[in-house]
Design a protein around this ligand. Sequence first.
Ligand code: NAD
Ligand code: ZN
Length: 355
Amino acid sequence: MINLTNKIFKQVPRIIFGEGSLKRLSEVLPADKPENIRLLYVIDAVHKQTSLPSKLDLKNEDILLFVNTAKEPTTIQIDELKDSLVKDKVNPTVIVAIGGGSAMDIGKALSVMLKNPGSSSQYQGWDLVKNTSIYKIGVPTLSGTGAESSRTAVLTGPDKKFGINSDHSMFDAIICDSTLLKTVPADQRFYTAMDCYIHSVESISGSMINEISKAYATKALELCRNVFLGDGDDDQLMVASFMGGCSVVNAEVGICHALSYGLSLELGFHHGIANCIAFNVLDEYYDPYVEEMRSMMDKYGIKLPDNVCKNVPLSGLDRMVQMTLKMEKPLINALGESWREAFTPDVISNLYQRM
Ligand code: NAD
Ligand code: ZN
């Protein structure tokens, strides 16, 4: 069994937390002469329609890159963005990534790719990045993925959805300002928050857990309960997301993520809703948490689509199963080293057909 108990516990070193904290961004810039600091803001394009840009203390030389997140980030998108930045001689010393998991991951991936040769698809995996990346600051405007605290930049490639997992893809600082969540639609807020809930369940239920990760996951679950079954607010949701991310980056996800990647790859479901759809059939593995998610859905009037694989041809179903089987670490975490004996292609296919 992989023993992660003695692994170095990774965390973002500098965090500013609290309503209105975005205006303190200058406090987490690297210590350097102002003339040496060239900022590239990578911002979810949804914020062309919000007041967020007006809250930034922009200088003439700052560059704003609005990124489209209608689809989750792809390796092709990152490679194209990198090429055009290089062509335009944009040579930032700091990247500020503002948005949900997608925009934050684009910022993280660009910070790696502007300092490393080749295509981003070459770095999907664990610890494949050689060169130090650009200093980066994360600013979540949607909470739950934990991308702000994780070591991953998740990208969809031609045949797999996989993260660049590296110390170089971790933020140097984050700013958690809950006023930035105000414009998030209610259903999106729920789905992305459930990503945090499920990260915490999977990490706490797995064999790769350690006491620090367990403490983070336990608190993240409590905060999710407060928010969705009690009277918790967006500050609590932001802390839950951060803690769920800390927990999972130092432990592992599990069966739900292994299945949800297949749903995103083949059917294009965004990560949050894909997780909810997958988790909803995993009573056998994760009860009573599955039941608890259903009570949160009831309270928030969330209805998941059903029978989502009904039009998927056998070849598509097979690609989804193959994607799940690639998620070896999460499956070892959830089911042990001999996971292949119990979690066969038939079992996986059956789970997909029940979604
Ligand atoms: P997202 O970033 O894809 O955003 C979902 C939608 O919400 C988009 O339409 C976006 O424009 C909108 N949005 C974001 N902020 C908003 C705001 N303040 N107001 C209004 N709309 C807003 O969603 P997500 O669930 O945060 O991220 C999903 C992505 O994160 C996936 O690609 C997933 O694979 C990845 N992910 C990464 C990690 C990690 O550790 N890096 C962990 C989990 C998931
Ligand atoms: Zn997730």
